[in-house]
Design a protein around this ligand. Structure first.
Ligand code: SF4
Length: 353
């Protein structure tokens, strides 16, 4: 395996979080952004892991809160000519690939993802070249260049079904970039899956020992886990699934207490879906946890109200997503394959981190 991401090394120049705002400042920004969206024929699409203030603004202004593919599809179907994407950079790229005629703005283009960063396109292409007999399946959390090298793009909600399908055709899989999700898919399907060794810095930090202690404190709670988490944590789960699937599980499960192992940003929509339930963050600071350990993505945290307003006011190189037409054409192919496959399952394509 060529590039193994060492998550214990401080390789990421984490940016500072946006400055805290007073209630009056928040309200002023909400009013300003709502007016800017109208003036610019723009719509705000936000990821489940962004700040609750941003999710609430997206809902109140006629935008949406979802995972990246649903964000992009919402953007395609909405008449707005500008998409303001609150999330991390690959989400803006996916939105642009699916909506080339629209202007796609982000609060910051510095909001990365460890899965994307841990899978550089040239090293990944070399890895693929070493395994020409394998079908290349990449997760949505990748750059446009990595998607362009893939046969399929996939989200966590249909990963098992897609790999089952490819396995039934006798195909061997090269999976990237998340090793935990790749291992989960291999275990669920029994397929021959060779994994790139990337990981999400948030989900990789969930700890079994601390989770066991929390479960002992709340024996009547159900455990909900995103499959980007380590296998030992997944094995403790009452429900495993993508962001959207975890929200559905929270509604469906009979337990009134839920311990949730994914980014805590999801609590905003999960609590809306089941207001009578008590939600707990799964612990990350157990033995072996790094100093980075917490249940919130530092790049998602870069999305603040002030930056949203600046993106609309200034646009330009600091905020606008561009994907070259040639790259877009290549990246669109595996994305469209996924959408067509999902249509055969008659289920929505939801569920990246
Ligand atoms: S939570 Fe993990 S997978 Fe999601 S954007 Fe952050 S680093 Fe990437």
């Amino acid at each position: 395996m060529s590039d193994v991401l060492d998550l214990n090394v401080d390789v990421y120049p984490f940016p500072p979080k946006p400055a805290a705002l007073s209630p009056a400042q928040k309200q002023a920004y909400r009013d300003t952004i709502a007016a800017q969206l109208k003036q610019q024929n723009a719509v705000l699409v936000a990821h489940y892991y962004t700040d609750p203030d941003i999710q609430a603004l997206a809902e109140a202004s006629g935008g949406c809160v979802a995972d990246s593919l649903e964000m992009a599809r919402f953007g395609s179907q909405h008449p707005a000519t500008t998409l303001l994407v609150a999330g991390v950079r690959f989400m803006g790229e996916t939105a642009k690939i699916l909506n080339p005629e629209k202007r796609v703005l982000m609060p910051t283009l510095q909001a990365e993802c460890s899965l994307d960063l841990g899978c550089p396109d040239e090293a990944f292409a070399a890895f693929c070249d070493q395994h020409p007999d394998r079908t290349v399946v990449v997760y949505a959390n990748t750059s446009a260049a990595v998607k362009a090298r893939a046969d399929w793009v996939v989200t966590s909600s249909i990963a098992v079904e897609l790999v089952e399908h490819l396995d039934s055709l006798g195909q061997k899989i090269l999976w990237a970039p998340d090793r935990h999700l790749g291992n989960y898919v291999r275990k669920q399907t029994g397929a021959d899956v060779l994994c790139w060794q990337g990981a999400c810095i948030v989900h990789d930090e969930f700890k079994t020992q601390a989770l066991s202690r929390m479960k002992a404190l709340h024996p009547d709670a159900a455990i909900l886990v995103h499959p980007e988490s380590p296998q030992a944590v997944v094995e403790m789960a009452d429900a495993v699934g993508s962001t959207s699937q975890l929200i559905q599980a929270a509604q469906r499960l009979p337990q009134r207490k839920l311990i949730v192992a994914t980014d805590r940003g999801i609590f905003y929509k999960m609590q809306q879906a089941c207001p009578e339930k008590e939600l707990f963050e799964a612990p990350t600071a157990g033995e072996g946890a790094s100093c980075r350990s917490c249940a919130h993505c530092p790049w998602m945290a870069m999305n603040g109200l002030q930056a949203l307003s600046e993106a609309l006011a200034q646009g330009g190189e600091a905020h606008e997503i561009h994907v070259s037409p040639a790259l877009r054409e290549q990246a669109l192919m595996p994305l469209n394959r996924m959408l067509a496959f999902a249509a055969t399952l008659k289920k929505p394509v939801k569920g990246n981190a």
